[in-house]
Design a protein around this ligand. Structure first.
Ligand code: SF4
Length: 246
């Protein structure tokens, strides 16, 4: 199913597995297991466990994404204002440049993976529990990359650029501003809630913010095109290395 996503949508848009054809990046799973790419080689026992957990995780995950955009009303070196919210993000003026809007989104792979991890702990199936937990973490990271690519693809026909995603709790952005992000884009349409400690439930969820505009600076920490499956994109900035789409 092709995805018609309006990157400037002022109302929440939700996507589910019918249009999120997600593939979990195996390297991400191993990274969550503590393996260093190109240096640590998992043995046959680990690989068998990995295959079992990946198949189980892919059968349990329910990828969902909710997104809406808000027009930017003010910008400074370390602040962006939109929809009455003030987001304090170090260096964001320099990193993202002039913005027309910000896009706020929340993605989740649902609660079934973590529910099964808990059951496996109770059954003392610890190696599988730990590997499945890593699959869940990798799945939601892969989903966040996937939707970042979707947003970039959706912006191009409108002559807009979309930056790399950032999240509260990373790169100096205070986790407490998760509340402001949820004001911009509530998680309720996809069943994601935020508690008083700014922790999301289900746990395998990621909130994202992207900058949008004709002058927005992209690739400030990662070349998004390396993950993107849009084969004939005239704007591609780097060859695709690995994609997170089936
Ligand atoms: S190839 Fe690059 S520029 Fe083109 S849609 Fe994908 S991420 Fe965007």
């Amino acid at each position: 199913m092709s995805v018609a996503l309006d990157v400037r949508s002022p109302v929440p848009v939700t996507l589910d597995r019918r249009c999120l054809s997600l593939r979990v990046d195996p390297q991400e799973v191993l990274r969550f297991q503590g393996y260093k790419k190109g240096r640590d080689i998992p043995d046959a026992t680990v690989l068998a466990l990995f295959d079992e957990a990946l198949a189980l995780g892919e059968s349990l995950m329910e990828p969902r994404f909710v997104y809406r955009a808000a027009r930017v009303t003010g910008q400074g070196p370390g602040v962006v204002q939109a929809d009455g919210e003030e987001l304090h993000i170090p260096e964001i003026g320099r990193l993202w440049g002039a913005l027309e809007a910000v896009g706020a989104g929340i993605c989740t792979v649902g609660a079934a993976i973590e529910d099964r991890v808990r059951e496996l702990w109770d059954e003392r199936e610890l190696p599988l529990a730990v590997m499945l937990d890593s699959v869940g973490s990798a799945a939601v990271e892969s989903l966040a990359e996937y939707v970042n690519d979707l947003l970039c693809q959706a912006a191009i026909p409108a002559g807009l650029k979309v930056t790399n995603r950032i999240s509260p709790g990373y790169a100096g952005w205070d986790t407490a501003e998760q509340v402001a992000l949820f004001h911009l884009c509530p998680g309720e349409p996809i069943g994601v809630t935020l508690n008083d400690s700014c922790v999301m439930a289900p746990g395998k969820s990621i909130s994202i913010l992207v900058g949008i505009g004709p002058e927005a600076r992209v690739d400030h920490y990662f070349t998004q095109c390396r993950r993107c499956w849009m084969r004939d994109c005239a704007y591609r900035r780097a060859p695709a290395a690995v994609t997170v789409r089936r």
